[in-house]
Structure formats: structure tokens, C-alpha cells
Write a protein that binds this ligand. Structure first.
Ligand code: UDP
Ligand code: MG
Length: 327
């Protein structure tokens, strides 16, 4: 297949239930779209039939490319793996497999691309999720916006249409811990948000476990914010200042009232409090050190087991050029 105008990159992890629906929606879209499209499906170490379904599809229809990773690396890494495979001459459309991001929006997004926008990101107008999850998401994005040194638009995810040059630049960014929506904002160029209604997942359960969600949130905070470290410094200054005040107070009290006994409870409280603050501070610094640790190791981001492009099967292993890491 000649280089397509548009690549659609979709990470899949145990999505056999939604697979057929996804492919039929994509095929309808491709049949009617004004430009050539190639879909890159990335299997993120599924334990169900996802990889098998992808293989069958890619062997029969060259508009679909299949990339199978050697194990579960996580959503952001699977997406990065897909982005490494793009050949699009114009733009790359990034969506989830569960149809929460309607593929049909490509047309609208593409209009903005034609107007000269390098990044067209989707802004969620509503979320059909339970109250707690919604609340957690909302607070996280608002917190991120307050503390990060770049502006990451509120209520946006990875669902977006990015120009081929932005996609290539993202591929060139050597970060091991990847928070793609942050990297996308950091890159700059002309960006615009388009509102949409986030659908419910079409079938199956969310593949984002609580642990994975926290990892994503941590990557957002520790890759794009220096506030935690600044907080520690300020806390340290505050502690020193208050202990000096306390010392002066005790001395003054002694001078005025003579031998006044000091309470043990107060002492214990201060001891425990500062013990806690110290541990927390070490933990926060640890998060940054951990990221340095992974960056320095320069371990590949992912391992590809097999790819199918233009109905041709290739078994691959390490690809040290395409590296980074999962933290
Ligand atoms: N996903 C993935 N690897 C993972 C977890 C999720 O590739 O370890 C994919 C999943 O198949 C889906 C997308 O990432 O296409 C978003 O996941 P999900 O819909 O489960 O997350 P949610 O919408 O609940 O945040
Ligand atoms: Mg989903």
C-alpha cells in the first residue's frame, strides 16, 4: 500500500468483545472518507483472542496493519509503539478500541487540520462513568493544570488528530516515562480543542485498572511538574523557621517564668509529624529519582513480537531504535 494520507492508531488490550463492532465502524468510515486511511492496530499483550482477530484481519485487508507486542506494556506504551509505525503523509488519528471515542469524528477533526491546526484534541463534554471516577478525573485535570509547567488542556485524553510532523516529533522525544497528552501540549504548534460527548464503552470492562490509572496520574505529575520538589523545599524552610520561633518562645518563657516544665505530648507530636514529613519528602524525591533511573537505563520502550503490514508477516524482536520504558 502506498503511504496513506491518514493513519489511525488504536491500542487494544483484551478487546475481543468489541473488535467486530470497531472494525465495521472503521470500514464504513474508510469506505466513505475522502482520503486514504491505514489503520494500525496494536495488541498490548492480550490474553484473549484479540491478537488472533487482528492477524486474520491484517492478512486479508491491507488497510489494516497489525502490531503485536510481546506482553502487556500499558496503554501509553502501546500507543507509542503504534506511533512508531506510521507512514501517513498528512495526519494521525488516535482513538481507543472500545468506541468511546467515535471514529466518525475524523471528518470534523480533519477539517481543522486542513485549516492549519497541527493538533486537534477532543474535549469531553460529559463522561458516562460513575460519580467517583468522574470526580477523580475532574480533580486530577484541574490539579495538573495548576501545578504543571506546561498548560495541559482540561478534560482531554489521547483522543486526537495530530499532524504527521507532530507524530514524528513525538517519536523523537526520548522520554522513557510517557504521558503522551503532556508531550503533545509541550510540543506546541497550533492546537485546538473540539468538544464531544464521550460514549459509554461498547462492550467489555475498562482495561485501565486502578493501578494503571494511578501510574498515569503519577507520570503526569512527576514528568510535568516541579511543584512536589518545591513543596519540600518550602516545607523545610517553614519547619526551620517555626522551630526557631519555638526555641525563642521557650527561652523567653524561661526567662520570664523561671523553670516551666514542657509537655511530652507536644514533643511526641512534633517528632511524629516531622518523621512523616521526612518520609513523604523522600518518597517525592524518589519519584523523580526513579524516573532518572529508568531514563539512564535506556531500555527499549516495548518489544514487538510480530507485525503484519501489506499482508506480509514479520517477526521482530528488540528494536533498539524505538526505545523507551513503561514507567
Ligand atoms: N489499553 C491498552 N493497554 C492497557 C490498558 C488499556 O492498550 O494496559 C487500551 C484499551 O484496549 C483501550 C484503551 O487502551 O483501547 C483505553 O482503555 P480503557 O477503555 O479500558 O480505559 P478507560 O476508557 O476506562 O479509561
Ligand atoms: Mg474506554
Amino acid at each position: 500500500m502506498l503511504a496513506p494520507a491518514i493513519n489511525i492508531v488504536i491500542p487494544l488490550y483484551n478487546e475481543e468483545e468489541v473488535f467486530e463492532k470497531l472494525i465495521s465502524r472503521l470500514t464504513t468510515l474508510m469506505d466513505s472518507f475522502q482520503k486514504t486511511i491505514e489503520v494500525i492496530l496494536v495488541d498490548d499483550g492480550s490474553s484473549d483472542r484479540t491478537a488472533e482477530l487482528m492477524t486474520d484481519l491484517a492478512m486479508n485487508d491491507q488497510r489494516f496493519q497489525s502490531v503485536i507486542l510481546s506482553r502487556n506494556f500499558g496503554h501509553q506504551i502501546a500507543l507509542s509503539a503504534g506511533l512508531q509505525q506510521i507512514t501517513a503523509t498528512e495526519a494521525v488519528f488516535i482513538i481507543d478500541a472500545d468506541l468511546q471515542d467515535p471514529p466518525e469524528l475524523l471528518g470534523e477533526f480533519y477539517e481543522y487540520y486542513k485549516q492549519g491546526y497541527d493538533v486537534v484534541y477532543a474535549v469531553r463534554k460529559n463522561r458516562k462513568e460513575n460519580f467517583l471516577k468522574k470526580f477523580a478525573y475532574k480533580s486530577f485535570y484541574r490539579l495538573m493544570d495548576k501545578i504543571s509547567y506546561i498548560h495541559i488542556p482540561l478534560d482531554t485524553g489521547d483522543f486526537s488528530l495530530i499532524s504527521a510532523r507532530v507524530a514524528h516529533l513525538m517519536n523523537e522525544m526520548p522520554e522513557q516515562s510517557r504521558f503522551l497528552r503532556g508531550m503533545r501540549s509541550w510540543l506546541g504548534f497550533k492546537q485546538i480543542g473540539v468538544e464531544y460527548n464521550r460514549e459509554e464503552r461498547q462492550s467489555g470492562e475498562s482495561k485501565y485498572t486502578l493501578r494503571k490509572l494511578f501510574q498515569l496520574a503519577f507520570n503526569g505529575v512527576f514528568n510535568f511538574s516541579e511543584l512536589p520538589i518545591k513543596l519540600i523545599t518550602n516545607l523545610g524552610l517553614l519547619t526551620v523557621f517555626s522551630s526557631i520561633c519555638y526555641f525563642l518562645y521557650v527561652v523567653a518563657k524561661k526567662l520570664i517564668y523561671g523553670n516551666v516544665p514542657e509537655g511530652f505530648t507536644g514533643l511526641l507530636f512534633v517528632l511524629v509529624l516531622f518523621g512523616g514529613i521526612q518520609l513523604l519528602s523522600l518518597g517525592l524525591i524518589g519519584e523523580y529519582v526513579l524516573r532518572i533511573f529508568f531514563q539512564v537505563k535506556q531500555r527499549p520502550l516495548f518489544v514487538i513480537k510480530e507485525t503484519i503490514k501489506d499482508k506480509e508477516r514479520k517477526t521482530t524482536g528488540f528494536n533498539l531504535e524505538h526505545s523507551a520504558n513503561e514507567i
